[in-house]
Design a binder for this molecule. Structure first.
Ligand SMILES: Cc1cc2nc3c(=O)[nH]c(=O)nc-3n(C[C@H](O)[C@H](O)[C@H](O)COP(=O)(O)O)c2cc1C
Length: 344
């Protein structure tokens, strides 16, 4: 019997648990179609950024101001802000085109950190046909006056605002740097999120020793990065009622399958498809199907979460208990004994 690969994410029934996360590949219709042909269950469009929206508004306001001063009555014949084919407008156009061209659900993405007018684009995305919205709260909290509690409250406030503005399902993509992540997840659920996307990868600037400039650093992920979402998805499955998506480090079917076993509803792919092309999705889906067939799993729903902390025989493995054990049992090379005595 062929295993059933369908999964439910944010209340949407997806044909496959592999989803294309935000990347340049989802920003173009031809690569979106290719990703669909190769078996993704849904696609998340690249983010529309707070800065993009606010910047456009400032530009257009300046244009209007200028026109008003130059032509007196000009403002009466200037079109409304909404009529401009500006960055955000192009985004909505891409969204509408993607919806028309694809059969799978299309998820729009808004990226920002502070409350503001940009959030009204959540509603615009819904109106343009988005099946769901991903709110990416990407922030580097560098203000020594702002506490973690304040950051959490602000983030939950953003989610609440978007929740009130739209009726489509809402996922929130966050970074891992909250001191009590499980509590944060529960707060996001209380604020109205339907799902969490774990985790944002932060740009980590580098210093160029030749030019003494700070260079932005954007590298594709490595499979080792899977471990962070893997742990947190395993911990959260069963503790919150949210849909869970794993992103970061999914490069092969093994990685995707591990996320599902830990409790993810979907595994997201960006770097692997950027590096090896959309066909990598098919390898991942085929690999999962073959493993399930061999192990006689009938459906993805059946295996989802079977290795989560709540279900697995060694719950301590996901928490501090495993730390000491791992350190003590470390054996450099083929040798045995503790790393400390070996390195002396
Ligand atoms: C070139 C590039 C562009 C990206 N653009 C976005 C974006 O616009 N919004 C977003 O939420 N994530 C964006 N991401 C992050 C990915 O969606 C994904 O979460 C991250 O790369 C980790 O997954 P991966 O290991 O499969 O790459 C981008 C990643 C890359 C590599």
């Amino acid at each position: 019997m062929t295993p059933d690969l369908t999964t439910t994410y944010l209340g949407l029934r997806l044909r496959s648990p592999i989803v294309a996360s935000s990347s340049p590949l989802t920003g173009k219709l031809d690569s979106l179609l290719e990703l669909e042909q190769h078996g993704i269950g849904a696609a998340v469009l690249p983010s529309l950024f707070e800065e993009q929206i606010e910047h456009e508004q400032i530009d257009v306001h300046e244009l209007l101001e200028h026109a008003t001063h130059s032509f007196g009555e000009a403002v009466t014949w200037f079109p409304e802000l909404e009529d401009y084919a500006t960055g955000p407008e192009l985004y909505l156009e891409h969204l509408a085109q993607a919806k028309a061209a694809l059969e799978i659900p299309v998820i729009a993405s808004l990226n920002g950190a502070s409350p503001g007018g940009w959030l009204r684009y959540a509603r615009r995305c819904e109106e343009a046909g988005a099946d769901a919205l991903e709110l990416n709260v990407y922030a580097v909290e560098a203000d020594a006056e702002v506490s973690g509690a304040a950051v959490e409250a602000r983030t939950a406030g953003l989610v609440r605002e978007v929740r009130e503005a739209v009726s489509i399902p809402l996922a929130v993509k966050v970074g891992p740097f909250y001191s009590a992540f499980a509590h944060m997840a529960a707060q996001l659920e209380a604020a109205g999120a339907d799902g969490l996307v774990l985790f944002n990868r932060f740009l980590q600037p580098d210093i160029d020793l030749e030019t003494l400039e700070i260079s932005p650093w954007l590298a594709l992920s490595t499979p080792a990065e899977l471990r962070l979402p893997l742990r947190w998805i395993a911990i959260l499955r069963g503790r919150v009622g949210l849909s869970l998506a794993g992103t970061s480090g999914v490069h092969d079917w093994e990685g995707a399958l591990k996320l599902l076993l830990a409790g993810a509803d979907i595994a997201m792919v960006a770097s692997a498809a950027l590096a090896r092309g959309p066909a990598v999705v098919e390898d991942i889906v085929d690999g999962i199907r073959a493993w399930m067939t061999e192990r006689e799993y009938e459906s993805v729903e059946q295996l989802k979460g079977s290795m989560s902390q709540a279900s697995c025989p060694d719950p301590a493995a996901f928490e501090r208990g495993n730390y000491m054990r791992a350190l003590v049992s470390y054996a450099p090379g083929a040798g045995t004994g503790s790393g400390i005595s070996e390195s002396r």
